[in-house]
Design a protein. Structure first.
Length: 200
């Protein structure tokens, strides 16, 4: 099965246009709903309505199928960094969709960072174990219907990005992270064999 690196096209520089809240995030990371109880704000703020989670994880193979064609895509650390910066520079903080199908109002990216420290990163405080270079975001939900009917009921569990990327057929320069399914393990073994043959 082929592995395709998605990159930002230097000529177009479109990148990520929106963040979608979805039931099954492609990067397989659920977000955490932050509530006031965690901060002991008591009467000051009953619910903060903030969702925190991974937006893009570098070097994580993501399965794709297009007709009969099956393959994996991945993003390098460099592309994740550039995508996170371009998203904010282009003012897309309020662009959101539900399951990549419906544009929704009232969701805003209010915090965005890359994991740079496995011990002291803010994501660790909330029980997330994310690879270095992961783009993490906090989204404020000011949409009652989305919060009550989708977030609180667990119908949406994570984030998924929407955007335009070019592809280049090349194996990863960095190791693919090892939180893999059986199918992913097969791809990892192929990558390891290729790397071993390059080193001989």
């Amino acid at each position: 099965m082929k592995i395709v690196e998605l990159i930002l096209d230097e000529d177009q520089e479109i990148g990520v246009e929106a963040i979608s809240v979805v039931e099954n995030p492609a990067i397989e990371e659920d977000f955490i709903a932050l509530k006031s109880q965690e901060f002991k704000l008591a009467e000051v703020d009953k619910e903060r309505r903030i969702l925190m989670g991974a937006l893009l994880i570098p070097n994580k193979p993501i399965y794709r199928r297009s007709g009969d064609d099956e393959y994996y895509i991945y993003f390098s650390k460099e592309t994740v960094l550039k995508a996170s910066q371009m998203y904010l520079m282009q003012g897309n903080q309020n662009n959101s969709t539900l399951e990549h199908q419906y544009k929704i109002q009232g969701l805003s990216l209010v915090e965005s960072w890359l994991v740079e420290d496995k011990v002291h990163d803010k994501s660790v405080k909330y029980g997330m174990d994310l690879p270095l270079g992961t783009w993490v975001g906090s989204v404020k939900v000011n949409n009652d219907k989305i919060w009550n009917e989708f977030v609180k009921t667990g119908k949406v569990k994570g984030f998924s990005i929407e955007g335009y990327f070019a592809d280049k057929m090349e194996r990863p320069k960095e190791a693919i992270i090892e939180d893999l399914s059986k199918e992913d393990l097969m791809v990892q073994r192929i990558i390891d064999i290729i790397k071993d043959s390059d080193n001989e």
